[in-house]
Design a protein around this ligand. Sequence first.
Ligand SMILES: NC(=O)c1ccc[n+]([C@@H]2O[C@H](COP(=O)([O-])OP(=O)(O)OC[C@H]3O[C@@H](n4cnc5c(N)ncnc54)[C@H](OP(=O)(O)O)[C@@H]3O)[C@@H](O)[C@H]2O)c1
Length: 284
Amino acid sequence: MRLLITGAAGMLGQDVAAAATAAGIETLALSRGELDIADPGAVEDAVSRARPHVVVNCAAWTDVDGAESHDRDALAVNGAGAGNVARAAAGTDAWTIHVSSDYVFDGTKREPYVESDPASPASAYGRTKLAGEQEVARAAPSAHTIVRTSWLFGAGGPCFPATIMRLAAERDELNVVDDQVGCPTFTGHLAVALLELATGAAAVAGTVHVAGGSPCSWYEFARRIVELSGLDCDVRPCTTAEMPRPAPRPAYSALGTERGDEVPRLPNWELGLERYLAVRALAR
Ligand SMILES: NC(=O)c1ccc[n+]([C@@H]2O[C@H](COP(=O)([O-])OP(=O)(O)OC[C@H]3O[C@@H](n4cnc5c(N)ncnc54)[C@H](OP(=O)(O)O)[C@@H]3O)[C@@H](O)[C@H]2O)c1
C-alpha cells in the first residue's frame, strides 16, 4: 500500500509519516514547500505521479486567531485546498482521509458532540474547516473519511503542554481558563488511528470523531502537565472573559462517537500526555 501525506512537516503530519514508515508502509510525505494544496494543478500532478492508495491531508491553516483577519487565506487552504486534495485523490481512485476540527461546533452542548450533531462554527477558522469538510464530501463523495479531532499536542510542533511547561518554569503562578472543555489528543495516538483507517484495519467512510478520551478543561490539563513534569508553579483557574482572544473558542467541544466499534478509540489524554513527555525527554 502507498500513502501520500500532505502538510507532512506539521505537528500531526510528522507523526503520521513516522508511524507509517515504522509500519513499513510506502510513504510519500510532502511538506508545504513540496506541495501547496491551495494549488490545484500542483496537487493533481503530485497525486497522479505518486499514485497513492490513500491520501492523508494533514495540511491546514491552523492559526485560529489569524484566520479572523485572514479568512480568505485560511479558506484557500482549509476549504478549497482540502477539496483539491480530495478531487485529485478521487481522480486516481485513491481514498482521502481528511483531518477536521472540533471548532466546527459552537460549543453550546454539554455532552460530547457526535457525528450527526449540526455543525455551527463560531470562528472564521471553524467556518473554513467546515467548508473543507463540505469540499471533501463533494469532491470524493464515496471515497473519503473526515476525521474530526481536537486539542492536538505532540512533539513535532508548538503545543499547549510545551507552552505551559515553558511558562511554569519561568513563573511562580499561572492563570489558565477553566470554562473551556475539550478532549486533548496526543498526535502520536491519532497518527496510529489514522493509519488504521488508511490501511483498512478500521475502514470507515464519512465523518468520524477521533479524540483523546475523558474531557477536561485547559486548567485541568495544565495542572496535570505541571504535576507530571515536576515543575513548581501554582496553576490557578480563570475565565475566558479574563483572557480575551481575537477568535471565539467553543466553551465545550468534547468529541464522542455514535459510529460504533469500527471507529478507532484513542487512549485517555493523560496517557497521551505521559507519552508526549517521554518522547520529549528522549529528544533532548
Ligand atoms: N492543533 C490542533 O489543536 C488541532 C485541533 C483539531 C484539529 N486540528 C487539525 O489537525 C490537522 C493538523 O494540524 P496540526 O496541529 O498538525 O497543524 P500544524 O502543525 O500547523 O500543521 C499544518 C501543516 O500544514 C502546512 N500548510 C499550511 N498551508 C499549507 C498549504 N497551502 N499547502 C500545504 N501545506 C500547508 C503547514 O505548513 P507551515 O507551517 O509552513 O504553514 C504545516 O506544516 C489540521 O487539519 C488541523 O486543522 C488541529
